[in-house]
Design a protein around this ligand. Structure first.
Ligand code: HEC
Ligand code: HEC
Length: 346
């Protein structure tokens, strides 16, 4: 069944055209060059168990050439990506044929069963890992990772019991998280998809300059049109430096620091409340060293800065983020340092 927005005849027309095709929904897909997932691959039966190799998943019909993906795979990038050791990332969402994302609740989109999200990590073009997040029945989400072979020609499903450290040479490494670590981030938020929704997609650039939000809309996969004025970081801060700090909280902290009661949740760093919750605010001393999260004008007295930068010798200060950081995000640390140093002292 196709559900359409009652106020939008144009969208209805787009959906009808879409429903008449077997696989693809975008106008760009109408041509003869449409790329379909291989018969028998997971993309054609998205609720089957995950196959042992990525080639059987069907995201990359030829895994040695990652530039070609089936037309149903929608590439996107969140505006505030999670820092992961400076790797390059490719992200895709693949919906079961003929289905849509229910985006009526603006901060908690609902996905049809069998929705697949993929995130591939690569260094200098060579892939190391492809992560999968799959919507199951009963609002359950499955998390798994495929590790690529050294040649970058295919990847094998990991059992997820332990993290896997992949050496990259020259003192660099990439850690593939265990499933438990995936859950620390993806299940501490009330909503397990972390890079979706307006804040992440309304400002994210795509190749043709449109936002990922409008791209999803143009592909006909949103149940209702996105709001005329989607939520943006500029709603919460005017200057670029504050926006960069708040955006970094969204990318690297908000999945745990959301004030919910998830397993690794903690105080709320949503852009609407992050400054009020940190500047001049005490830490919860049972959870870290006693002190003030951000002391205006003084990075070296700000527990939040010390937890991120590691510039201290206090064993009580727990490093943040607390899960796998293969290489520090030095640019974010320097930006935070200048931001705190420049805050007006009351
Ligand atoms: C340190 C926290 C953290 C860990 C650990 C983590 N993720 Fe994520 N993941 C994120 C964040 C934040 C995003 C959204 C931003 C982005 O894509 O850069 C994300 C995005 C994703 C996406 C794209 C869909 C989405 O939610 O936006 C997939 C797929 C994914 N992760 C799977 C996994 C799997 C599988 C594991 C474990 C092998 C894992 N992640 C471990 C934080 C984490
Ligand atoms: C995987 C979940 C997770 C991520 C990601 C994470 N934190 Fe935390 N953080 C926690 C938890 C849980 C605590 C409470 C301390 C504890 O029990 O370990 C905490 C404690 C803290 C504290 C000290 C306690 C306090 O009351 O102030 C600060 C400061 C902090 N986090 C800042 C950050 C910042 C900034 C980021 C992003 C760069 C971040 N954290 C990322 C889970 C996380």
């Amino acid at each position: 069944m196709t559900i359409v927005h009652p106020l939008s005849p144009l969208r209805t027309a787009a959906r009808m055209a879409c429903a008449s095709l077997t696989m693809a929904c975008s106008p760009a897909d109408d041509g003869p060059s449409e790329l379909l997932p291989a018969p028998g691959s997971l993309l054609n039966a998205p609720t089957e168990p995950l196959p042992p190799t990525l080639s059987e998943v069907g995201l990359y019909p030829d895994p040695a050439d990652r530039s070609r993906v089936p037309d149903r795979a929608i590439a996107y990038s969140p505006r505030w990506p999670l820092w992961s050791g400076g790797s390059d990332k490719e992200r895709f969402v693949v919906l079961p044929p003929g289905t849509t994302i229910d985006n009526r609740e603006r901060d908690a989109w609902q996905y049809p069963d069998g929705t697949l999200f993929f995130k591939t990590f690569a260094y200098d073009g060579l892939p190391v890992e492809t992560r999968v997040l799959r919507k199951q029945a009963m609002d359950d989400w499955e998390l798994a990772a495929y590790q690529w072979n050294a040649e970058g020609t295919d990847a094998a499903l990991l059992d997820g019991d332990f993290e896997v450290v992949v050496p990259l040479g020259a003192d660099r490494q990439h850690t593939i998280p265990s499933t438990l670590m995936c859950r620390e981030c993806h299940e501490s938020s009330p909503h397990p998809v972390l890079g979706d929704a307006e804040l992440q997609l309304s400002e994210s650039p795509t190749a043709d300059g449109a936002s990922a939000l409008s791209l999803l809309d143009a592909r006909g996969v949103l149940r209702v049109p996105p709001p005329a004025k989607p939520r943006m970081l500029s709603d919460h801060a005017e200057d670029a430096q504050t926006q960069a700090v708040l955006g970094w909280f969204v990318a690297d902290c908000l999945h745990c620091h959301n004030g919910s009661d998830g397993p690794s949740s903690s105080f709320d760093l949503d852009p609407a409340v992050a400054l009020a919750n940190t500047i001049g605010q005490s830490t919860e001393s049972s959870a870290s060293a006693a002190g003030i999260r951000i002391v205006a004008g003084s990075p070296s007295q700000s527990i939040l800065f010390l937890a991120i930068s590691g510039e201290h010798d206090d064993p009580e200060i727990e490093p943040m983020p607390p899960v796998i950081v293969d290489a520090q995000d030095l640019r974010a640390i320097e930006n935070l340092r200048t931001f705190i140093a420049g805050l007006p002292v009351q």
